[in-house]
Design a protein around this ligand. Structure first.
Ligand code: GAR
Length: 224
C-alpha cells in the first residue's frame, strides 16, 4: 500500500466573486490537485468568495484596511493571519489591493498571482479595456510569482485569447476568465508537485530557468 500524498497547505486571498478560487477547489475535489485550502482571506466583507467558502466549511477571515494607518501596518496584520495557517503556498485570486513589500517578502517564493493580461503588457487595472482601446489583436492571462514590483514578478504560464471584432470588455473578460480557470490550477499543480520554484529572482520549471513564460495550449485539455 502506498502512503497518501500529503496535501499542500494553501491560503487564498480574494476581494470578489472567487471564480478562480472555485476552479482550484474543483480540481482539488476531483482529486486532480493535491492541495488543501486552509483558509480564504479577504479585504472586503462583501466578497462573494467568502460566502462560498463558508458554505464549504473553509475557514474565512476578513481584514479591512480601513482600520490600519498605512499599507505597512495592514500588511503586517494580514501577514499574521495568513501565516497562522502555515501555508506552503499563498494564492492571490482577484485580491485587488497592493501589498506591502514586507508582506510580499514574507511569503517570497511561495506566492502566486493570476493577472488578466499578457504581462508585461497591462499591469494594474482595467486590462481588458486597455487592450481593446489599444487595438490589440490578442490578449490573455498570466500566472506569476509575486515580487514587490506590482504585477512584475516572473511569469510562469500564459494563455492567449484572440480579440474578436465586436468584443467589448465583458465578452473579452469572460473568454479570458475561462483561460484563467485553466492556467491557475495548472501552475498550482506544478508547484504542489515540486516542479515549479522561485530562485534567484526567476521561475524554474522542472529544474530549468524560465527565460520566457510557458504558453498554454488551453483549448485542448492536456494531461498533467
Ligand atoms: C480575475 O480576472 C483576476 O485575473 C483578476 O480579478 C479577477 C478575479 O475574478 N485579478 C486582477 O485583476 C489582479 N490584478 P474571480 O474573483 O472570479 O477569481
Amino acid at each position: 500500500m502506498t502512503a497518501p500524498i500529503p496535501l499542500l497547505r494553501v491560503v487564498v486571498l480574494v476581494s470578489g466573486r472567487g471564480s478562480n478560487l472555485m476552479a482550484i477547489a474543483a480540481r482539488a475535489d476531483a482529486g486532480e490537485l493535491p492541495v488543501r485550502i486552509e483558509a480564504v482571506v479577504s479585504d472586503r466583507a462583501d466578497a462573494g468568495a467568502l460566502e462560498w467558502a463558508r458554505g464549504r466549511g473553509i475557514t474565512t477571515s476578513v481584514l479591512s484596511p480601513r482600520n490600519f494607518p498605512d499599507r505597512g501596518a495592514y500588511g503586517r496584520a494580514l501577514g499574521d493571519i495568513v501565516a497562522s495557517h502555515a501555508p506552503q503556498l499563498v494564492l492571490l485570486a482577484g485580491f485587488m489591493r497592493i501589498l506591502s513589500d514586507e508582506f510580499v517578502l514574507r511569503f517570497s517564493g511561495r506566492m502566486l498571482n493570476i493577472h488578466p493580461s499578457l504581462l508585461p503588457r497591462y499591469a494594474g487595472l482595467h486590462t481588458h479595456r486597455r487592450a481593446l482601446e489599444a487595438g490589440d489583436r490578442e490578449h490573455g492571462a498570466s500566472v506569476h510569482f509575486v515580487t514587490p514590483e506590482l504585477d512584475g514578478g516572473p511569469v510562469v504560464l500564459q494563455a492567449r485569447v484572440e480579440i474578436l471584432p465586436g468584443d467589448d470588455e465583458n465578452s473579452l473578460a469572460a473568454r479570458v476568465l475561462r483561460q484563467e480557470h485553466v492556467i491557475y490550477p495548472r501552475c498550482v499543480g506544478w508547484f504542489a508537485a515540486g516542479r515549479l520554484a522561485f530562485r534567484d529572482g526567476a521561475a524554474w520549471l522542472d529544474g530549468k530557468r524560465l527565460d520566457a513564460p510557458v504558453m498554454c495550449g488551453c483549448e485542448t485539455k492536456e494531461g498533467e
